[in-house]
Design a protein. Structure first.
Length: 211
C-alpha cells in the first residue's frame, strides 16, 4: 500500500508530462502551418487584420477535429476555431513596420499603403526611419503567439503556475494572461512577399527594434 501511494503520483506526473509534451508538439506543428496560412491570406489582402485572423483560424482547424466534409469544417471554423483564436491568439506584424510606412507609404483612398508595383524599377535606398528599402518593406513577416490548451486535468494548471513563478519577469501581458487562463504560450513566425499593397493597421509594430 505504501509503495502504491508513492508510485501513483510519480506515474501520474511522468505520464501526464509525456501527454502534455506531445500535445505541445502537435500544437507547435499546427501553429507553424497556421502562421504561414495567415501570412498567405494577408499577402493578397493588403495585410488586413481580418484576413490574417481568418487565415490563422483556418490553419489551426485540425486541432479542433472538424466533422468530415466542407460543411462540417465550415461549422467548426465558425463556432470553435475562430472564437478560440480571437481570445487565445495574438498576431503581430513585424514587417512592414510603421516606420517603413513613414519612409515609403502613400495615401490612397484615405488609407496609408505600401507601394507594391514595379518593385524592380524602384530605388533601393534605405529609409531613414525604418532602416530597410522599399523592396524589403514589401516582405510580410508575422509573429503569432497562441495559447496551447492543456489536456491532463491539474497538470496543465501546475505547468502554467510553474512558468509564471519562474519566468514572470520575462513574459509580456498577453503571455501572462494565457498562463493565468491555464494555456501555454507557443510562438511561431512566417515570412512571405506581399502580392498586394500592405495597408497600415494596428497589428504593425513601430520599428524593427520594438519588442
Amino acid at each position: 500500500m505504501a509503495e502504491t501511494v508513492v508510485a501513483i503520483p510519480v506515474l501520474w506526473l511522468v505520464i501526464g508530462l509525456a501527454i502534455e509534451l506531445a500535445v505541445l508538439f502537435e500544437t507547435k506543428a499546427a501553429l507553424n502551418h497556421a502562421a504561414l496560412q495567415s501570412a498567405r491570406a494577408g499577402m493578397v489582402a493588403n495585410a488586413e487584420p481580418t484576413a490574417l485572423v481568418n487565415g490563422l483560424a483556418r490553419g489551426l482547424l485540425p486541432l479542433f477535429s472538424p466533422e468530415p466534409g466542407l460543411v462540417g469544417a465550415a461549422e467548426t471554423l465558425a463556432t470553435e476555431a475562430l472564437p478560440d483564436v480571437l481570445v487565445f491568439a495574438r498576431i503581430r506584424v513585424l514587417n512592414p513596420t510603421r516606420a517603413a510606412f513613414t519612409d515609403f507609404g502613400e495615401v490612397v483612398n484615405n488609407e496609408r499603403q505600401m507601394p507594391n508595383d514595379e518593385l524592380h524599377r524602384r530605388s533601393t535606398r534605405v529609409g531613414s526611419a525604418s532602416g530597410v528599402n522599399i523592396q524589403d518593406a514589401n516582405l510580410l513577416k508575422l509573429e503569432v503567439t497562441y495559447g496551447a490548451e492543456t489536456k491532463v486535468p491539474g497538470l496543465g494548471t501546475l505547468l502554467a503556475r510553474t512558468i509564471l513563478l519562474v519566468s514572470r519577469s520575462q513574459l509580456d501581458t498577453f503571455e501572462l494572461a494565457l498562463l493565468e487562463a491555464g494555456r501555454l504560450p507557443v510562438l511561431s513566425t512566417a515570412t512571405v512577399r506581399m502580392q498586394s499593397p500592405a495597408k497600415l493597421n494596428s497589428l504593425m509594430i513601430g520599428d524593427a527594434g520594438e519588442i
